[in-house]
Every structure is written in C-alpha cells, then in structure tokens.
Unconditional design. Structure first.
Lengths: 382, 467
C-alpha cells in the first residue's frame, strides 16, 4: 500500500467508524423517540430500522443543528451510551459534503477551508487590482471621473460578464453534480419540492418543536429564536442580492439599460437592502457562534462555518462600500476589491458551507414527501 | 456556596420533578427556597429525567390529549392496577389536580406534544413532554434559577435534626463535609430507594443482585431511611415497585426506556431451563410492561429469554441491543447458553399447540394455543421461520413504592399518630400512598406534580406561620 493509499484507507476507516457510531446512537434514539417532537430528523428516523451511510447522510443533512436533542437526552454523556446527536450528525454532514464533492478530490477543501479561501481571495484580489490598474490607463487608478462614471470604464462589461460567467458556471456545474450525487444517495423515493421550500423558508426545523434553538447551554439558558432570525436575515439578504444581480442582467441585456443604476433604482435598492440584511445576519451569526455551547459543535468545522460567514459579511460590506464610494476617486479600488471578494466567493461555493443549503433542501424535499406516505415501520408498543 | 449561611423559609430535599414543582410553588408564595439535589448537575432530576409523559384527567379533548378521560375512568384504572392498595382520597386529589396543572407547567417552559410514534395507546390518557422528562427537568431548573430558588448540587441529605415534632435542620453532606441546613419548613422529595443495593437485597433477598435499575443511580433512599428512622409512618411494601423485563445487557443504572424488550407477545418466553412459565399473549403492552419484570424476577437466576422468529421482525419497537440470531432453534439455544434439547422441545410443543387464526397484533386476536400449559392466549403463531432471534431478559427496577404516609396537605404523618409540624413530602417518596402496587403509565409524574404543588404551597404557608 502506498502512503497515499494508506491515507485514503485510514480516512475511509474514520468515516466508517463515524457512521458506525452515529448509527449506533440512532438505534438508541429509535428505541427511545423522546425527541420526536423536535424536528424532521427524528420523524424520519422512525421510518427506518437500519442506519447505514445513505440513511445517515440523509438524516445528517436534515438536521438544522438546533441542539435541543442534546440537552433533552437521557443518554447523552456522561451516560455510558454517549448519545451525542448534534455533534455526530455535524460530523456525518461534513463527511457527506466531502463524499459528494465534484471533482471528488476537491472534497478535501472542506477541511482546509481557511487556506483554500485565503489563497482564492489573495489571487482574486491581486488579479482584479492589477487588472484595474492596467485598464485604468496612464491616469492611474485614483482618478475621479464622477459623475456618470461607469464601472465599465474600468472593467469593460464583456470582460466582467465573461469572467464571472465562467466562474459562476463552474460553480453551478460542480454544485449540480454534487446535488445529483446526493439525490441518488437519497434513494428511489420521490421528492416534495414545494413543501420543502416552505419548510426551508421558515426554517421550520430550527424551531425545536416551537421552543426555539439553543445558543448557550440549555442546562442553564432557555432556547431562543436568535439563530433562526439571523439566518433569515442572511438567507433573505442573499436572495435580495441575487435578485438585484438577475434584474441588472435583465436590464442590461433585455432593456439596454447600462450601469451605474440610480440610487433609487430597483437594482440598487434590492442590492442595498439585501447587502445590509446580509451584514446584520452574518455578523450576528458570527457572534452567536462564539457564544454557542461548545458541546454542540464539531471543532473541526469551526473554520468551515466561520469562513462562509466572514465571506458573506465581506462580500456585502465591500458591495455597500462600493456603492458609497462610487462617485469618488476610490471607485476603481473599491470595485476591484468587491469583485475580488465576489469571485472568491463564487469559486468557493461548491466546496464550502454554502452547500449545506442545497443538501438540506434536498433532504427536506425527501422528508416532506415521505412523511406523507404511510410509515413502513409503524411500530406500536402494542 | 455556604449552605449554612442563610436560614431559608423552605428547604427542599430532592431535585426531580416533585422537588422542582414544590420549590417553584413555594417561591411563588413568596418563600425563600433552597433546593438540595443529591446528584451532580449532569445527573440532576432523579427519575424524572427518564420519564416521558403525565397521565391527565380531562372531560373533553384538551390540548394534546384526545377524547375524554374522566375522573371515574382514571380512578377505576388506578383501583384496578393497585388492587385497592391506594388511598382513594389522595388518589382523587391527584387525578383532579392533573386536569388543570398543565397550564401552570407551561408557564415555566414545559411543552407538551401528542403521543410519540408507537405510543398511540396513550394518546387519550397521557400528555407527552416535548423532548421527554430531561427537557422538563431542564426547563424547571432554568425557571427555578430565574425565580431565585437557590440550588445546590451534590448536596446529600443524611439526617433530620428533630425538636419534638418539628424538623430543626437537615444534616447535609456537601463539598466533603457535613453541614446543618436550617429552615422554617421542609419538603422531602428525594425519591425511593431503588439504587440502594443493600436495601433492595434486604427487601428481595439475594435475587436483587440480578436486578438492573432503569432509574437514576442517585435514588439511594437516604432521605426515606432517615424519615422512617425519625418515626414517619411507612406506606407500601418495600418489595413493591415498578419492575420491567429489560435486556439483560442493560447498564446497571439509568437504562431508562430503551432497555425494554418489546417482542414478548410475538414469540415465547422461556426460563433458564428452557421452559415457558407465563402466558406471553395475555394482554397489551401496558399490562405486560407492568408485570413481566416481576415474572422474570421469580424465575431461577432472575433471567428469561424472549424467542421470536423472522415473522416478528419489524413488528415491535426497535430494541436497543440486537438480539442473538441463528438459523435453528438449537443454534439459538447455543448462543443464548440454553439447553438445546429443552428449548427445541418447548418450541415444538408450542408450535404443535398453536391453532390457525387471524393474526392481528393491534387487537386481542384469535391466535391461541390449545392444550398447552401455560396457554398463550393471543398472537400465538408457530416459531417456524428462520432465522430465529433471542433476547436475554432480566428484571429492571424503575422505582420503589415504599414511602412515607401523608395527609391531604402532603404533610408527613408519624407512625405514632399525628404529623410532623413542618415537613411535607411529594413525589416518589410518598407515591406509595396512591400507587401501593401495580403500575399506570404516567401516574408518577401526576402524583409528583400535583403533590409537589400542594407540598410547596403548604410548606410556604408553614414557613410564614413560623416566621
């Protein structure tokens, strides 16, 4: 066995052990069922008797990580059964991100998120700053050309569209392949896309059965709605920014309206409100992560989670900054910096925490469908 | 924290549901309250952490409860399972109290849900706690702490210091030393003695060494023992308790709900000699749950083996430990350590005695044996579809019923007549007044909650009067 093969073998062994241990815990949960009211994980668990890798990947991606089941668990450590569902499912989730990545080898990036993002960001920022300096011509980058100055005087529209088209296209392909792989792992069962969208839109499974979700230790502090609220800010902020981009593209190509758009235009308003919501949401989620009971989290994923939030925060902050500075001499630099962040964000999407949304949605789509079907294992203490 | 520094109005000995309810109630009445939980924080809550629901009376659908469960029916159920070993007056107080106490509970963050998957038979009578008993315990501790109840963990009450019929102080082991904890009023809510091995052996003899304790490892009965030594009137037999047939591989303590083995009715159960000893198909889960622990306890070695074939798979609640499996009955006997010839003979006799019928696990069906002793009166189908599976069973004690006698104000009564002047009791330590034998799912939490309220209220009142 070559050293590489040995490494792969040992990693596979780790995942197998993780699956075996999490499956063991799920067996205990399925015999107990006290947490059934909390979320979809336990409701779907009751429809199964075997917890193999595909079942665990499904349940792990259904888990919204609210933490309620750890505090409620009579078998959690120090009990010898050592049932520790939030953290174990978090680990299974990460292993599933790695397994479903495309290209497969890039799955390793999930555990090297800090290095990966730092390198991407450095390259993207350097490239855009150099390009901006070069394209700005002999006057240099810091020349105010306001008003009515166009971004496209710095980066011609065609260049921007081509660059981001390629980056986003790649991300889209990679994410689609991963999604298809996960969908296959979910088995033959049909999906219920609309109820899943409704559930995701409300984060119904982060409600802990109506109580809320845990940040600090549930042995001392009550559940709150803060994580859910802040995720809403982040998610809907992201959607508004996305809508702004789509609208701008439409206006550009279909209506021939060229940037920059007036401050009161729909494109700018959507982007500004979205960006502000993203800043509020992601910065609060970063704070809540710091406050979170360490018992709930997999320490190996701190960078994975944190990097994604920081990127969301910085992409939106540089976007807002660009809007503020767009009539000043700093426009060129601000634009290059923002584009650098956006580019790095796009390229990192298929190998970072962004993917949780895709897998979770698919898992929810399966869950929402199967809960409408009769339970194949309708046991009763009868 | 110095337990001796302050004199509290009310000191509660115990840290489970009844103790927390009493502490919160006394606090509502304006008393300063100290709660002494004997366990470390991680194990707090006594047996309440293993519970899942509370049996509630209701005249019409109410919240998560379906249909109606009127007082008369509740009382009849209790009278039946206890065989009259109950105090009707106190029992009816608990029953009536259960119809309204849930609103009070919800104010402190307790959430209810419909019956869990697989427990539909309880959806009319029992309100389930969202997340189970440990979630309830957490909510109460958070509320108690917020309300200003002082809480001490690893504070074990060892003795009561008396002054005539008044308790002057508790002797408490805390932080490695003995301390005197004074108060105007006291509530004893520290559970039974099921995790005290010596006491179990005293009550049951050596067979008790083969029991596991499904409940908390911290119910060692110190408070109960001290109270009885100070002349409290005992109630219920020390041998009475809730005992379930559990997987013999269960942990010694705190096995909780998952260690139950739920396939008894789908096959045969044999003892160490490979002989059947009781009608496996007598009744539904609630009754089986209540009696099979004692049945196993009466068998040699306090062990029995539940044997099923593949037809039973997928028909019972998933077991926490996988069963032993084999393609032949003799092979299974080998794996279980039973005599192969004896087990084969028992299964062959059983198979021959089964009569064709319409198998339906949801009703008392007509699949029964004929000419077999003991009979299997329902769900009797031949064991003929390999692989066969077997689970070793042993008795698992949930809680013991021996307690102290109380009056309708939850005041502890003296064996010599009269009552303790400033001592009230709630929960398992007095549940034997109402549940002297048998078992009714969820009634422990009913008694604990209703009498926790009563004890907390009267203790606060007593403290005011003594101030």
């Amino acid at each position: 066995m070559t050293p590489i093969e040995a490494l792969v073998e040992s990693a596979r062994g780790d995942v197998e052990r993780l699956h075996a241990d999490t499956g063991r815990m799920m067996g205990i949960c399925n015999s107990c069922r006290y947490c059934e009211g909390y979320c979809a994980v336990f409701q779907s668990m009751e429809r199964r008797v075997a917890f193999d890798a595909p079942a665990l990947d499904y349940l792990a991606n259904l888990c919204h990580h609210c933490g309620a089941c750890l505090y409620a668990c009579q078998y959690a450590p120090p009990h010898e059964f050592g049932v520790d569902i939030p953290r174990s499912l978090a680990r299974v989730r990460l292993a599933s991100y790695e397994a479903f990545a495309w290209p497969r080898a890039f799955g390793a990036l999930y555990r090297r998120q800090g290095t990966f993002t730092a390198i991407l960001l450095a390259l993207a920022l350097a490239a855009f700053l150099m390009a901006a300096a070069r394209l700005a011509g002999p006057d240099g980058l810091f020349v105010a050309k306001a008003p009515a100055y166009s971004f496209y005087a710095i980066f011609p529209h065609g260049v921007m569209a081509a660059l981001f088209g390629v980056a986003f296209g790649f991300a889209l392909v990679a994410m689609t392949v991963s999604a298809v792989r996960f969908r296959r792992a979910l088995g033959q069962g049909a999906l219920a896309p609309l109820p899943a969208a409704a559930s995701a839109a409300r984060l119904a499974n982060l409600e802990g059965g109506g109580e809320g979700c845990y940040v600090r230790s549930g042995f001392e502090h009550p559940p709150t709605s803060r994580r859910r609220t802040m995720h809403h800010f982040t998610f809907y902020g992201f959607l508004l920014c996305f809508a702004s981009t789509v609208l701008a593209t439409f206006e550009h190509y279909a209506l021939g309206l060229k940037a920059p758009y007036p401050l009161t235009s729909a494109v700018v308003l959507l982007g500004t409100v979205g960006g502000a919501a993203l800043i509020v949401g992601s910065s609060h989620l970063l704070v809540l992560r710091r406050q979170r009971d360490p018992r709930l989290s997999d320490p190996a994923q701190a960078t994975l989670d944190g990097t994604f939030l920081w990127m969301l925060l910085l992409v939106s902050a540089t976007g807002i900054l660009l809007m503020v500075l767009r009539d000043t001499a700093a426009l060129g630099v601000a634009l290059a910096v923002h584009l650098g962040f956006v580019m790095a964000f796009f390229l990192a999407m298929p190998y970072g925490k962004f993917m949780h949304g895709i897998y979770r949605y698919l898992a929810l789509a399966r869950h929402e469908r199967e809960r409408r079907e009769p339970n194949p294992y309708g046991f009763s203490e009868g | 924290m110095s337990l001796e520094a302050l004199e509290h109005d009310v000191v509660v000995a115990g840290g489970g549901n009844a103790a927390l309810v009493a502490a919160l109630t006394a606090r509502e009445e304006g008393a300063s309250v100290l709660l002494l939980e004997g366990s470390p924080m991680a194990w707090r809550g006594g047996n309440s952490q293993h519970t899942r629901n509370m049996r509630c009376m209701h005249e019409a659908p109410q919240g998560v409860l379906t249909g109606a469960y009127p007082e008369a029916e509740y009382w009849e159920d209790l009278a039946r399972v206890t065989g009259g070993d109950t105090d009707e007056h106190l029992a009816r107080m608990a029953i009536r109290g259960s119809s309204s106490v849930r609103d009070w509970m919800m104010r402190y963050g307790i959430r209810f849900q419909h019956a869990l998957g697989g427990t539909l038979h309880l959806s009319r009578t029992n309100a389930f706690f969202l997340g189970g008993g440990k979630a309830l315990v957490n909510a109460y501790y958070r509320a108690a702490s917020y309300a200003g109840v002082r809480i001490a963990y690893e504070a074990q009450v060892e003795d009561f210091e008396m002054d005539g019929d008044r308790v002057r102080a508790l002797v408490v082991r805390h932080g490695g030393t003995l301390k005197r904890v004074r108060a105007r009023a006291f509530v004893a809510a520290a559970g039974g003695f099921e995790s005290n091995r010596e006491w179990l052996r005293e009550a049951w003899g050596e067979v008790a060494d083969n029991f596991v304790v499904r409940g908390t490892r911290f119910n060692r009965g110190e408070v109960l023992k001290a109270l009885l030594a100070k002349g409290a009137h005992p109630v219920a037999d020390p041998k009475q308790g809730h005992m379930v047939a559990v997987d013999a591989r269960s942990p010694t303590y705190d096995g909780g709900i998952v260690t139950r083995v739920d396939c008894v009715s789908l096959g045969v159960v044999v003892n160490r000699e490979g002989e059947r000893f009781y009608d496996e198909g007598e009744d539904f889960w609630p009754k089986r749950y209540a009696i099979w622990g004692r049945l196993v306890a009466s068998q040699p070695g306090q062990v029995a083996y539940s044997i099923i074939d593949s037809k039973a798979l997928g028909r019972f609640m998933p077991p926490v430990f996988p069963g032993e499996g084999a393609d032949t009955i003799a092979g299974l006997a080998g794996k279980l350590g039973l005599d192969a010839t004896a087990l084969e003979r028992t299964v062959a006799r059983f198979n021959a005695a089964t009569r064709p019928g319409h198998f339906d696990h949801a009703v008392l069906d007509d699949c029964r044996t004929e000419g077999l002793e003991p009979v299997k009166s329902h769900w009797a189908r031949p064991l003929d579809t390999p692989p066969y599976y077997g689970f070793a069973l042993c008795p698992g004690v949930t809680f013991t019923y021996l307690g102290v006698k109380v009056d309708e104000r939850a005041r502890v009564l003296s064996a010599g007549g009269g009552a303790f002047a400033n001592l009230w009791a709630a929960g398992e330590i007095m549940a034997g007044n109402i549940l002297g034998r048998g078992y009714l799912a969820g009634i422990g939490m009913t008694i604990g909650t209703v009498f926790g309220r009563i004890a907390g209220m009267h203790a606060a009142e007593g403290a005011r009067a003594a101030a």
